[in-house]
Ligand binder design. Sequence first.
Ligand code: PXP
Length: 242
Amino acid sequence: MKYQRLYINIDHIATVRQARRGNSPDPVAGAMLCERAGADGITAHLREDRRHIQDDDIERLATSITTVFNLEMACTSEMLALAHRLRPHQVTLVPERREEITTEGGLDVSRDAGRIADGVARLNAAGIRTSLFIGPDRAAIDRSRDVGAAAIELHTGQYAHAPNDPATLRALRDASAHGASIGLSVHAGHGLTVENVRPVAAIPEIEELNIGHAVVSRAIFVGLAEAVRELRAAMDDARASA
Ligand code: PXP
């Protein structure tokens, strides 16, 4: 089966730093460690409320990452201007609500189609690959293709909350097959851990996983490099035995 990329989301290294508003731990140093441990790319989300990653982190990541940089952001003019200037390898557009604890749902591509289509067009024009974070929903997948995205990232939150409910995994499998069948690259992420990642990693169409919170949590006990290696091993094992 084709190799599946592992992108590590380093936001929560910054969450720990922001608890004291100091310099430590530095998410950029963390990104370098993740790369050395086998991450294929680094993901960071510059939120409107700057609750974890700060502007300076994004600037430093853009010049320090030696793999590829996946910038997660809301589709706003401020963020589009930033992406234009920094030219990350990929932008993943996500919805943002100030009161949420994390990115709780996917983009509503139908309701916001005009704004998202404009944003994707601007990113495409700058040569930036664009991915849309959406639920495993056929209509949202079709709309993502219509607005010109190269990729979709399927929100795995429902699966992560109920990994033993066969419907949650079936939804991801069906969505992945549908996305790939209409020419989209398929990514996935949210709430994935060493314990629950295997069935998702085994879905053949999924080319890339974005994993953050579980890696930073596990790193407290075993270190960041080991946490990345554990995930990589689980993904490789799942694909080898699928
Ligand atoms: N993908 C996207 C688009 C996200 O917004 C996030 C963080 O919410 C993740 C992946 C990673 O999720 P987690 O931190 O739960 O692994």
